[in-house]
Design a protein around this ligand. Sequence first.
Ligand code: HEC
Length: 178
Amino acid sequence: MKITLLALAIGGLTAAMPAVADEALPSNLLYDAGKEKKTVWPLPVKNSGELKYNEHRQDLSKWPTLSYEDKRPTKKAEKVELQGPLNGNAENGKKLAMNTQRGNCWACHALPGDVQPGSGGPPLLNVGTWGYSDAHMYQQIWDRRVANPGTEMPPFGTNGVLSDQDIRDIVAFLQSLN
Ligand code: HEC
């Protein structure tokens, strides 16, 4: 059975990873899909210039990646409409945005309270003053590809990483930033 090299679900991480030519990939990247943790993750071996392939601590096989090894079809960009009033909890939204297992927004965006923000996307320190509607922000987080098909930002709603309510909470958090 075939498995996936999780090369880079998150484009923002690519910069930190050494580039590896396809032919340099070890053949044991073919992996047992019956195993609990199916996804491998390249890590540089200190002072050697080499990469070691480790099992990722999570099974990420549900998410498509940018790896050439990953032949699964990518889900189409989803256009969504925010229904009814926002009803978001900003405090919970902040937790989700700062949670590396969920939103992980600070991997790419500067947000208040993070000490070492990513720079892949624009700083969102005062995004609440940009004049964006809740509906606009909701769509960007659900699936930014509707606005920019080549975006690096993962489609959190389409890929099922964040729920409708999670995204409402994050929008409430973003609108509170000024
Ligand atoms: C892998 C990097 C990455 C991650 C993770 C990421 N973003 Fe982004 N985001 C971007 C980039 C890059 C842009 C700039 C526009 C573009 O390239 O599409 C952007 C743009 C935005 C914008 C501005 C959209 C506009 O219309 O101007 C908002 C708001 C935003 N992101 C919110 C978030 C939130 C909230 C999260 C976490 C749930 C998040 N982003 C996670 C990369 C990322």
